[in-house]
Design a protein around this ligand. Structure first.
Ligand code: SIN
Length: 567
């Protein structure tokens, strides 16, 4: 199997590379990664932390997030049980209820900490936080910053705190190729622990960062699809490296598609936040017909999977490549005031929303599956923790409720930063001199392949197109099987190569994760949440479980969904 032949992407001898030592290595600098780093420092008097990001700080999905943070802040109309119930409903039977409860209950406290740290959220004239509504929420409970720039404000607050900490070192432009484990082969645990990572920096080349604990907060993989709201950095590197290291990946079929991204040929797929529909904007087709009430009684505020599929259906009915978002019901003045970022974006494309509805189309938005973690964010590999979009905590089930993702990053980032310190405490009890990261003699001995090389850029663009067409919003068994054959072919000629630059490594990661999404989608013979099978249009009790994928296995094992008390 080409997907399990390689433990590491490149050959190396760890002890011969430049060495860096730290207590905690955090891979990723979005909301989850920064929260984890700050939590580790806060909960341990001397822990040293390194945070890596493959680009600049501003390249994270967090920074790009327009939409807000869901939290129960109104105690008259709203309460935690309602937020829990909405999350469970969106999750279509696959949420782990204790996890949902924990995130929803802890969210307001985490948010208040950030407000105290300087996060400026939008407020009413009387000083109360402004609360908005988005799809799937029964109450107004979404907070925003600067209208449609919540992620930017949140990231800025976290970056300031990270930069201010003397015990956090920030490595930008640092591409993490692989997690290092002590076992000879992936999956050989116990015995195989995560002890650090191999990194590449354009200026410093390859380096090894040895760490007592590693927290994976490397985000998602939207770039596996031709149409995506994600930044170009979202190539699934974290998921792929965890898989190679033997970690269990869970529920990989579930990818959320956002219904409304700006659709202008040649322009990047900028998000038009769901909050716009929350404020009253409506979807119309090319003849101006408001179609969402034809599909669902919640109309434009139905959950994202329903809105995305309805848009596709309407595009087929009208023979048009997109639909439109009419913001006039909000009032143009109010639209400009409430969504200044989007208004500016539209101006750049000469779209006047007072006269022209915004052309929109669905795009891949959020990876719901990820590294399976327990309630302490521990993965199946000792020493490796995961949080945020890279993880599968059980919060999102089969479909994520809008604006629960920044919330999850805040809550589980904090948990990960605290939990990973258990590895520092362990040895401190016996021999304190062991209480530091140390080097291991790890050798990756890969021979260059003599098979002919495929055009990398072509593989990348073909796989993204195929994923969009056949493993996107609608899926069907025979097509998925064909895509798997294509992946096997590409993998045979691409995963056997040794690359020395990012494009090659990213394509290898995209192939690994695209193939896993497809395998999981092929295996799950039902429709549930974001996973819509044309050939199995109903949910099936037999699939009311988590599917778990380990390197080397051709089919998944399954795990029960934690019991739901609230229905
Ligand atoms: C949005 O603003 O519509 C996206 C928010 C989210 O993905 O939760």
């Amino acid at each position: 199997m080409p997907f399990s032949d390689r433990r590491y992407l490149i050959p190396f001898r760890a002890t011969l590379l430049p060495q860096i030592f730290t207590d905690v290595l955090v891979v990723g600098a979005g909301v989850a990664g920064c929260s984890a780093a700050l939590s580790a420092v806060r909960h341990h008097g001397s822990a040293e932390v390194i945070v890596t990001t493959k680009g600049r700080l501003k390249d994270s999905s967090t920074y790009w997030a327009q939409g807000g943070i869901a939290a129960v802040l109104d105690h008259v109309e709203d309460d935690v049980e309602k937020h829990i119930a909405d999350t469970l409903t969106a999750g279509a039977g696959l949420c782990d209820e204790p996890t949902v409860r924990r995130v929803v209950e802890n969210g307001p406290a985490r948010l208040n900490e950030l407000i105290e740290a300087g996060l400026r959220l939008d407020r009413e004239a009387n000083g109360d936080l402004k609360l908005g509504r988005e799809g799937g929420h029964s109450q107004k409970r979404i907070v925003h910053a600067d209208g449609d720039a919540t992620g930017k404000a949140l990231a800025a607050t976290l970056f300031d705190a990270v930069r201010a900490s003397e015990r956090v070192r920030l490595f930008e432009d640092c591409f993490v190729l692989d997690l290092i484990t002590t076992g000879d082969k992936p999956g050989q645990v116990p015995g195989g622990e995560c002890v650090g990572a191999i990194t590449h920096h354009p200026k410093y080349g390859l380096q090894v960062i040895w760490a007592r604990s590693v927290i994976l907060a490397a985000g998602g993989c939207g770039m596996v699809y031709r149409e995506t709201t994600n930044p170009s950095a979202a190539t699934g590197d974290g998921l792929a490296m965890a898989y190679r290291a033997g970690a269990v990946l869970q529920d990989m079929a579930f990818v959320q598609f956002h219904p409304t991204t700006l659709y202008i040929a040649g322009a990047s797929r900028a998000l038009i936040t769901e909050a716009v529909r929350g404020e009253g904007a409506v979807l119309v087709d090319k003849s101006g017909h408001r179609f969402m009430p034809d599909y669902d009684e919640r109309a434009d505020l139905a959950p994202r999977d329903i809105v995305s599929r309805s848009i596709l259906d309407q595009m087929v009915k009208t023979g048009h490549s997109h639909v439109y978002l009419d913001v006039r019901p909000i009032g143009i003045e109010r639209f400009h005031e409430r969504f200044p970022g989007i208004a500016k974006l539209l101006k750049q494309f000469d779209i006047d929303p007072a006269t022209t509805p915004i052309p929109v189309h669905p795009s891949a938005h959020y990876m719901i599956g990820g590294v399976a973690v327990d309630d302490q964010t521990r993965s199946s590999v000792p020493g490796l923790y995961a949080c945020g979009e890279a993880s599968c905590s059980g919060l999102n089930g089969a479909n994520r409720l809008a604006s629960n993702s920044l919330l999850e990053g805040m809550v589980f980032g904090e948990v990960a930063g605290r939990a990973c310190l258990e590895r520092l405490e362990e040895n401190a009890v016996g021999d304190p001199t062991l209480n530091t990261a140390r080097p291991f003699k790890i050798i990756s001995d890969i021979r260059p392949s003599d098979r002919s090389e495929l055009d990398l850029a072509d593989v990348r663009s073909s796989l993204r197109s195929v994923m969009w067409r056949h493993v996107g919003i609608e899926r069907e068994g025979d097509r998925l099987a064909e895509v798997l054959d294509m992946f096997d072919f590409w993998a045979t000629y691409t995963l056997d190569k040794i690359f020395d630059e990012r494009l090659g490594w990213e394509v290898q990661n995209l192939l690994t994760i695209g193939s896993l999404i497809t395998r999981a989608a092929h295996w799950r013979q039902e429709t549930r949440g974001t996973h819509y099978r044309l050939d199995y249009a109903e949910s099936a009790d037999a699939y009311h479980l988590h599917d778990q994928w380990r390197i080397g296995d051709s089919s998944p094992t399954t795990a029960a969904v934690a019991e739901q008390v609230v229905q």
